[in-house]
Ligand binder design. Sequence first.
Ligand SMILES: Nc1ncnc2c1ncn2[C@@H]1O[C@H](COP(=O)(O)OP(=O)(O)O)[C@@H](O)[C@H]1O
Ligand SMILES: O=c1ccn([C@@H]2O[C@H](COP(=O)(O)O)[C@@H](O)[C@H]2O)c(=O)[nH]1
Length: 206
Amino acid sequence: MNKPLIIGVAGGTASGKTSVSRILYDAFSDRTITLLRQDDYYNDQSHMTMEERIKTNYDHPLSMDNELLVTHLKKLMLGYSIEKPVYDYTQHTRSDVTEKIDPTKIIIVEGLFVLEDVKIRELLDIKIFVESDDDIRFIRRLLRDTTERGRTIDSVIAQYIESVKPMHQEFVEPTKKYADIIVPDGKTNAVALDLLITKINSILSA
Ligand SMILES: Nc1ncnc2c1ncn2[C@@H]1O[C@H](COP(=O)(O)OP(=O)(O)O)[C@@H](O)[C@H]1O
Ligand SMILES: O=c1ccn([C@@H]2O[C@H](COP(=O)(O)O)[C@@H](O)[C@H]2O)c(=O)[nH]1
């Protein structure tokens, strides 16, 4: 099998990384394609109490097991299957299950720090940064985390002020400079998405 095409999708929380990745995934669903979420590679915290887990700074790169992510990407590149961890946001740790992922022609890897970590960055053929205004991202996150991730309004606000915002400014926003393409407004930016799909098609048919 030829080396897979690896596409990295970075951006701040609720910028639209998953939405953009999903659109690209659907556009190439006639090929073999995998979508890996860096969130599944948060450190395993099963040995910690819930109180300790709540105190973790999930917006610092050190909260990620990027070593495992890189190992998994390299295995997929060599044609081996992996057992991907599955993260449980409500428990702030990995769940008991893993998901078997087989090697595919295209791999999309999306997450806050996929452009921040040089070892991940080096593996990417196309580097995308999804950008949305901070206030819009905060509103989206508030809605999402209270409906889908079991959080209270107060906890979302406190976490945003204490860690999400400062870590975004320190570790996520600066990685925009590594992107091949910056996609403002994410999934609603039809022109940028069309350009990306055309480029991916041209690489695949080369
Ligand atoms: N361009 C957009 N317009 C409106 N809502 C959006 C847009 N992009 C994302 N959303 C919504 O915002 C939330 C977070 O989007 P998501 O793609 O999961 O972001 P991320 O993966 O960067 O955290 C989701 O509920 C999603 O439906
Ligand atoms: O246990 C956890 C793990 C992560 N988070 C938050 O999730 C976002 C990253 O996910 P996005 O889909 O990119 O928004 C990150 O900002 C962490 O703060 C969490 O709260 N708890």
